[in-house]
Design a protein around this ligand. Structure first.
Ligand SMILES: Nc1ncnc2c1ncn2[C@@H]1O[C@H](COP(=O)(O)OP(=O)(O)OP(=O)(O)O)[C@@H](O)[C@H]1O
Ligand SMILES: [Mg+2]
Length: 258
C-alpha cells in the first residue's frame, strides 16, 4: 500500500477554473466555481447526487460550455478554444466516464488500442505492446484477448482506466470509478490511483461517493453543494472534516460511519 501524500505538492496548476457557472437553459447547476487542479495531486470531487459533478467533468474536458467563466489549461481556455487548439489541449488528459463502458463487441485489448488508433498512431506491434503494458499496470496482465463480459465489474473498471491511460496523459479524470464495487475492489482501485501518481506522476481528479476512498487517496476535496449551487469546501479531507461548513462535515462524517 502506498501512502497518500501528507501535503499537496507545490507546482504550477495544470488547470485553472475561473468563475465557472454551469447551466441548463435558465436553470443554474453550479455557479462561480474557482479552483485549481494542481500538478501531482489527487483531487476528489464530492457532493450530493445531482449536484453537478459529472456536469463539471464535461466542462473540464470541453464537452459542454459554461454559461460563464473559464477552464484554463496553461494560457488556453478550453471552453473557447478553436478546434485545433482544443484537440491539442485534450491530449493532456484521459477520461473515464461514469457510464465508462468498454465496447462489448471488442476484446479488452482492442478496446485499449482504440485511442491510439484514433489518434493516428502507427505501428500495430507498438500499440499492442502499449495495451499489454497498461493492462499490467492495472493488474490485468493476460486479459487482452478476453471479452469485457468475461471480466468482473471491478476488472472492467480497471480496464476502462487502462484505456484512459493509453495516451499517457499527465491528467486523469475518473467519474465514480468505484460505483457498484465491493470494498475489496474499491480498495484495489484506491491503490491503483496512488500507484499512478507514485510511478507515473499522474494527476488524478476523481469524482466519488466513497468517503473512505476520499480519506485514503485524496490530497484535497472539492465539495459541490446542491442547495447553495456552488462550491462550499476545498481543502484536505481532514481539514474539511474538522473545520468545514456543517453540510460538508455531515457529508464526510456520514461516509465514515461517525
Ligand atoms: N442530459 C441531461 N438533461 C437534463 N438535465 C440533466 C442532464 N444531465 C444532467 N442533468 C441535470 O444536471 C444536474 C447535475 O447532474 P450531474 O449528472 O452532473 O450530477 P452528479 O453530481 O454527477 O450526480 P450523481 O452523483 O448522481 O452522478 C442534475 O440536476 C441533473 O438532473
Ligand atoms: Mg455523476
Amino acid at each position: 500500500m502506498i501512502a497518500a501524500a501528507t501535503s499537496p505538492p507545490a507546482a504550477a496548476p495544470l488547470v485553472r477554473v475561473r468563475g465557472l457557472t454551469m447551466a441548463r437553459g435558465d436553470s443554474v447547476i453550479q455557479r462561480d466555481l474557482d479552483f485549481d487542479i494542481r500538478a501531482g495531486e489527487v483531487l476528489a470531487v464530492v457532493g450530493p447526487s445531482g449536484c453537478g459533478k459529472s456536469t463539471l467533468l464535461r466542462h473540464l474536458i470541453g464537452l459542454q460550455q459554461g454559461a460563464q467563466g473559464q477552464v484554463l489549461y496553461g494560457e488556453h481556455d478550453l471552453q473557447h478554444a478553436d478546434a485545433a487548439t482544443a484537440r491539442e489541449l485534450r491530449r493532456a488528459f484521459g477520461v473515464m466516464f461514469q457510464s465508462g463502458a468498454l465496447f462489448s463487441s471488442m476484446t479488452v485489448g482492442e478496446n485499449l488500442m482504440l485511442p491510439l488508433q484514433m489518434a493516428g498512431r502507427d505501428g500495430d506491434a507498438e500499440i499492442e505492446r502499449q495495451a499489454r503494458f497498461k493492462l499490467a499496470l492495472v493488474g490485468l496482465d493476460g486479459s487482452a484477448a478476453r471479452m469485457p463480459a468475461e471480466l468482473s465489474g471491478g476488472m472492467r473498471k480497471r480496464a476502462a482506466i487502462a484505456r484512459a491511460l493509453m495516451l499517457d496523459p499527465p491528467l486523469l479524470y475518473l467519474d465514480e470509478p468505484s460505483a457498484g464495487l465491493d470494498p475489496i475492489n474499491i480498495a484495489r482501485l484506491d491503490d491503483l490511483v496512488l500507484k499512478l501518481r507514485h510511478y507515473l506522476g499522474t494527476t488524478v481528479v476523481m469524482i466519488t461517493h466513497e468517503i473512505d476512498s476520499v480519506f485514503a487517496v485524496a490530497d484535497r476535496v472539492l465539495f459541490l453543494d446542491d442547495q447553495d449551487k456552488t462550491m462550499i469546501g476545498l481543502d484536505t479531507p481532514q481539514a474539511l472534516l474538522d473545520h468545514g461548513r456543517a453540510a460538508v462535515r455531515r457529508f464526510l462524517q456520514r461516509g465514515r460511519g461517525e
